[in-house]
Design a protein around this ligand. Structure first.
Ligand code: NAI
Length: 739
């Protein structure tokens, strides 16, 4: 055997029912490739009656005669633990379990007795359960295990006279599927096979020449490969025999939605849609329960919002199997949408993307009676998203896609006029192009939004449909608005901003009702630990940061924004936007501060002009101050000691940190309320003492190069409020401001 040979040296394999037929061939093959084998066989007849030791013994002798390692076990698989104990006693471990033992009690259904039913279930299904459970924790602990369940074509397809056997055999597939999921992270894999081979079981139903021709040796190589440490296959089902191996999977029609909101669902409606329910054209192949139930969630939310998506939107057959026919779909218009709103929606949107009355210059986005009341430019996505959210895409001929597999990939927004603070907006969507990205299809959806005849804004939604690629389309498009990478230098400005735990709950009120952002069950089905923030919410935060820093919140200066959604953000995480100015283009990327992961990438905002001299000021504001690090450290230490320090100090200190004569940061050290808290920003409530000093002086103070009293008399440290309390400052600086 060559160096590429699949070996099992050091591995311990338990093969049940290995006294003859398939099991014997598996045992011999594993032993020949270096494994230590437990040859289990009860030695009864094919109906499960009687027992003997000779079957297993003979196989063990044969293995040993060839120089292999094997021991016999004569227990029934119903004594699961004992079989595994044999492996542990003889070889000290268990790596691979082949559940193979089997008997038959064939009868036409009416004649199946209780005993016939029970013994088949006990040997096949319960036996496999007991043996595998006994081995399970050993496999988990050693982070390696391979399990084979022996199913049968009789279970998959049904077979006359085998009701009991079919039920048990398909039960084994279900068992294997779940073990595959539970074992995955421990490198414990489970697969099911449906073999066909000549043996004493098939002798009764097959002519002898076929029994001779269908050798068990044509099945064993699949079993060995599935059990090798280099094989990653898990949770699959194979048919195997005569030298052929094929894999099976489930297929599901696109189906039909029968129910309408506020209408009873009737059997007549089912009858009328029967052809569609059973039409396998463009069928999907769900691979997980999440994929399967995801459709139901989609249906629920669509019916409840009164939209009712059609799962099989067109009678025209797309030319490709992926369900996408670019020739048909490109250029198609979506049903036009109207969005009417009052001042409430822009305010709700501004709150949704993190605006706060804490910032005085946010008031013009939050208070309808303020002088310059206006909409954030990125509110433009809200105007147009109805075209896309309302299931408009599903009405496009040539776009048969699985809506549970749609991801929002990128967004471009261009604003032509300041967005009216109330009114009626008409949007027209067009499928601009469809790209074949291999792993999926990228649909470019252009939406133009008008107020009367005036074009207000243009959006390009880039929608990625996972698994819908490979239809032979082009890979790029001149119509795509491209992302852009930032210049290769440290950012010119950095802003951090905290999202609240309810950020997504608030943002969705602007019209993106996807339960992924609020419903923990739905989020779990989509593979997230908790509901995630809307990409477009992070998008709103980022745009706001640029608008404030480089346009002084003047919305008339905002022209366009492009972003790519790279990673999800969890509500409550801190966003950190890095910005680079190159003429009127501000490149940006937004990270999750806690993890350092980039959430928004390849992004830029185009402004018509930037605010004069704002750059130098922002460079100061944006650059991380040295004192920030110290405050963050104090914050950490205060968290550790909390109460104790609150008792000692019992005061609230506000800090104004200056740079080049301007206030560059505000910090609050609250050692009065609760367990104490240190946060960036103005005091919430009342400060006992307010300190003002320069960033550098603060550092000198902390490093012990500057004495607080001296600083005070030299005018470097300004103190307002209760001056006596500043004595307690030393406690904090001495013990809690270590770098
Ligand atoms: P076989 O009868 O040659 O081998 C089965 C072995 O299991 C026998 O040696 C028997 O003594 C042993 N056994 C029965 N009950 C036991 C128990 N309670 N505890 C321990 N050992 C026990 O049959 P074959 O064909 O090799 O079948 C192996 C497996 O493949 C069975 O699960 C069978 O249902 C399955 N299968 C076989 C097909 C075929 O074409 N041969 C078709 C589909 C499935």
């Amino acid at each position: 055997m060559g160096s590429n040979t699949l070996r099992f040296d050091g591995r311990v394999v338990l093969v049940t029912g290995a006294g003859g037929g398939l099991g014997k061939v598996y045992a011999l093959a594993f032993a020949e490739r270096g494994a230590s084998v437990v040859v289990n066989d009860l030695g009864g007849d094919i109906k499960g009656d009687g027992k003997s030791t000779s079957a297993a013994e003979k196989v063990v002798e044969e293995i040993r005669a060839k120089g292999g390692k094997a021991v016999a076990n004569y227990d029934s698989v119903e004594a699961g633990e004992k079989l595994v104990q044999s492996a542990l006693d003889a070889f000290g471990r268990i790596d691979i379990v082949i559940n193979n033992a089997g008997i038959l009690r064939d009868r036409s259904f009416a004649r199946v007795s209780d005993a016939d039913w029970d013994i088949i279930h006990r040997v096949h299904l319960r036996g496999s359960f007991l043996v595998t459970r006994a081995a399970w924790n050993h496999m988990k602990n050693q982070k390696f295990g391979r399990i084979i369940m022996t199913s049968s074509a009789a279970g998959i397809y049904g077979n006359f006279g085998q009701a009991n056997y079919s039920a048990a055999k398909l039960g084994l597939l279900g068992l294997s599927n779940t073990l595959a999921i539970e074992g995955k992270k421990y490198n414990v894999h489970s697969n099911a096979i449906a073999p066909t081979a000549g043996s004493r079981l098939t002798q009764t139903v097959m002519p002898q020449d076929l029994v001779d021709a269908l050798k068990p040796e044509y099945v064993a190589p699949l079993v060995l490969w599935l059990c090798h440490e280099s094989c990653q296959e898990n949770g699959s089902l194979f048919e195997v025999g005569a030298g052929w191996i094929g894999k099976l999977r489930w297929e599901r029609t696109l189906g039909a939605i029968i129910r309408e909101k506020n209408h009873p669902m009737t059997p007549e409606a089912v009858r009328d849609e029967w052809a569609k329910i059973c039409d396998f054209d463009n069928a999907t192949k769900p691979q997980t329960i999440q994929e399967s139930t995801g459709t139901l969630y989609e249906v629920l939310s669509n019916i409840d919002s009164g939209k009712g998506i059609s799962m099989n939107p067109t009678s025209q057959k797309p030319s490709s199997s992926s369900g996408i026919d670019p020739a048909l779909a490109i250029g198609q218009k979506l049903p036009p949408t109207v969005y009417s709103y009052t001042h409430i929606q822009p305010i709700l949107y501004a709150l949704g993307v993190g605006m706060s009355t804490k910032d005085p210059d946010h008031l013009k986005f939050l208070f309808e009676s303020s002088d310059e009341f206006g909409c954030l430019p990125t509110f433009g996505v809200v105007l147009s998203q109805a075209a896309f959210m309302g299931g408009g895409l599903s009405s496009v001929p040539g776009l048969n896609i699985d809506f549970t597999r749609v991801l929002h990939g990128e967004q471009y927004l261009e604003v032509y006029k300041p967005i009216p603070t109330s009114g009626e907006m008409h949007s027209e969507g067009t499928v601009a192009d469809i790209l074949d990205k291999g792993s999926g299809a990228l649909i470019l959806l252009d939406v133009k939004t008008y107020c009367g005849k005036d074009l207000i804004c243009y959006n390009q939604f880039s929608v990625f449909v996972v698994g819908a690629g490979g239809f032979g389309g082009k890979r790029s498009s001149p119509k795509a608005k491209a992302t852009a990478n930032p210049p290769n230098r440290p950012p010119d400005a950095v802003v951090t901003d905290i999202t609240t735990p309810d950020q997504a709950a608030l943002y969705r009120l602007s019209g993106d009702w996807n339960p992924l952002h609020i419903d923990p069950n739905f989020a779990a089905l989509a593979g997230f630990e908790i509901p995630i923030l809307h990409g477009l919410c992070t998008f709103g935060f980022s745009a706001r940061h640029v608008l404030k820093h480089f346009a002084n919140n003047d919305v008339s200066k905002f022209k366009a924004i492009k972003v790519r959604f790279a990673k999800p953000v969890i509500p409550g995480q801190t966003l950190l936007t890095e910005m680079w100015k190159e003429d009127n283009r501000i490149y940006l990327q937004t990270k999750v501060k806690e993890t350092g992961e980039i959430a928004i990438a390849g992004a830029y905002v185009d402004l018509t002009s930037t605010v004069s001299n704002v750059q130098s000021r922002d460079a100061v504001q944006g650059t991380e101050l040295q004192s920030d690090l110290v405050f963050e450290e104090i914050s950490r230490r205060v968290k550790d000691v909390g109460n104790e320090l609150v008792k000692k100090v019992n005061a609230v200190f506000q800090w104004e940190i200056t740079k080049d004569g301007n206030t560059a940061a505000q910090w609050t050290i609250d050692l009065k309320n609760g367990a104490g808290e240190v946060y960036r920003g103005k005091v919430r409530g009342r400060a006992d003492t307010t300190f003002t000093l320069a960033d550098q002086d603060f550092m000198d103070l902390v490093l012990g190069n500057l004495n607080p009293q001296k600083a005070f008399f030299a005018g470097k440290l300004k103190v307002k409020g209760n001056i006596m309390l500043s004595q307690k400052l030393e406690i904090i600086l001495k013990d809690y401001a270590k770098l």
